[in-house]
Ligand binder design. Sequence first.
Ligand code: CP
Length: 308
Amino acid sequence: MSQLSSKHVIGIEHLTLDDIQLILNTATQFKEIINRPIKKVPTLRDITIANLFFENSTRTRISFELAQKRLSADVINFSSSSSSVKKGETLLDTVNNILSMKVDMIVMRHPSPGAAHYLSDRIDAHIVNAGDGTHEHPTQALLDAYSMQEKLGSLKGKKIAIIGDIMHSRVALSNIFCLKKLGAEVTLCGPPTLIPKHIQSLGVNISHHVEETLQWCDVANILRIQLERQNTKYFPSLREYALYYGVNRQRLDKLSKEIVIMHPGPINRGVEITSDVADSEHSIILDQVENGVAIRMAVMYLLVNKTD
Ligand code: CP
């Protein structure tokens, strides 16, 4: 198989295992290219891509733009705060106006779950979801899987813990879909109030004991406490969260084995993870960011090269 099954990348839920493996394998070729002295290829020379960010981003926005530039695409960056969205223009009108200027692909981050799916039903251009509310963040899960594979080889049977604010995390949901499709065992760990009811139906284990979870896993993917999405109190204080669920050096030192530490960023240092863990030899947090460029190059390249 050398083509994606879909003309959009909206979520990992809708990608096949073949799609995921094709993206990961293609990313390896692009990673080799972007580590050469000349990092740029003419692959998307005639393609124009608009990056529509309706929500803040550092890593994803810069990573997509860099990936587009490495592929020689023309790039338009749209920020909702300085646009006519502020005057009441709808999402669909905004996107249709941008597309009428001969744009081929939309990369979109939006606070509403389902926003990318809504667009994909209404426009012809390729859509890449760069994060839709608490729903999915597919390229983050792909770069996470790629980074885990670089460290551990095949993920089949590997034990992956996702620790933290599962309830408000699009990264958690995309990671669960991706890791399960790749054959990994997944445990979600956090306070009961931050783990959605019925999420076990996705085939994951649940734990409320961070030390047991760290001892069980090969990889701990630690998630940010998303205070901006919490309109109620899910735990008494950040201090108590750090005390009961924070990953710190003392907890790692108690383990009888080494584990890989990951975090999608941005990090709340001293809350879900301490600096001595985030910056330790076990951490691959900056490898995740580096791999994000190759993954996004692969996704956009494969979408443009999909025929029919
Ligand atoms: N990991 C991630 O999505 O980071 P940004 O919000 O900075 O893009």
